[in-house]
Design a protein around this ligand. Structure first.
Ligand code: ZN
Length: 265
């Protein structure tokens, strides 16, 4: 078996710049908004985002705002709703919240639930608080009651993430940059934890994910439009793993996990 070589159709698609066709490609980590803090993000209109997904053969994205990362998350969530509601079949929106405003967490999650959001996005590292802050406990309970996705930029330690996932088996937890999986071999990973491949793509990093974590719990993410979609996609397509493993990472794993949590793709 020639992994990542000429005989692998998916490696070849990546190397020759071919749009993926007939493949299930789902993106577990994407954003909406035309700027992030101090830098602009051109080409971030709804039409441009969907056009870029189509250009690469991505069917649907889990998406959330950039604006809410360290400032106005209510504005950011409204922007995400305005955009995703125009093409609901292409996105699963997540509500971004901040433990810096604990009194706003539940009202904002209730507002977003009524708007059809499918989960919560957390990024405490950018909000000056530790991942294990108890201020987020109401958000985990809210998410578990609804079978929601809970995606965090980082979870601190694998022990914290796995404990949370065991306490809330109804929620689906996503390690937004797969940092827990990159710490070494992961044992006894709860079934409701997924590791997103979006990281610094040093040589062999996708192979490290596959060596360290259960294959059916690794999912592709792009961080677009903050990062180019092709960048994250190429890392998976060119990895020295089988095409079957690539197909799992590119979409089959997320599809199956969402189905288990009652979210249709
Ligand atoms: Zn991101």
């Amino acid at each position: 078996m020639a992994y990542g070589c000429e005989s692998s159709p998916l490696s070849q698609a990546g190397r020759l710049g071919r749009r993926l066709q007939g493949e299930t490609v789902l993106d577990a980590h994407a954003h909406m908004g035309s700027h992030f803090n101090y830098y602009p993000l051109p080409d971030a209109s709804l039409e441009q985002l969907v056009g870029e997904m189509d250009r690469h053969g991505v069917r649907r994205q889990i998406t959330f705002s950039l604006a809410g990362v360290n400032n106005d998350f209510v504005y950011g969530n409204s922007l995400v709703h305005e955009m995703t509601s125009r093409r609901p079949e292409r996105f699963w929106p997540l509500a971004l919240i901040s433990p810096r405003y604990p009194e706003l967490i539940l009202p904002e999650l209730r507002r977003c639930a009524e708007l059809g959001f499918r989960g919560v996005k957390l990024i405490t590292a950018y909000q000056g608080l530790p991942e294990d802050t108890p201020l987020l406990n109401p958000a985990y309970e809210f998410a578990a009651e609804r079978g929601w996705i809970v995606l965090s930029h980082s979870w601190g330690t694998p022990g914290f993430l796995y404990g949370l996932a065991r306490r809330h088996p109804q929620a689906l937890f996503i390690d937004g940059h797969g940092s827990c999986a990159l710490r070494g071999l992961q044992r006894d990973v709860p079934e409701n934890v997924l590791f997103c491949t979006l990281t610094e793509f040093a040589y062999g990093v996708i192979e490290r994910f596959v060596n360290n974590a259960p294959l059916n719990q690794i999912v592709f993410g792009s961080d677009m439009p903050d990062l180019p979609l092709a960048w994250g996609l190429g890392a998976v397509l060119m990895a020295k793993i089988s095409d079957d493993a690539k197909r799992r990472i590119l979409g089959v794993n997320l599809l199956e996990a969402l189905y288990r949590h009652g979210i249709q793709a």
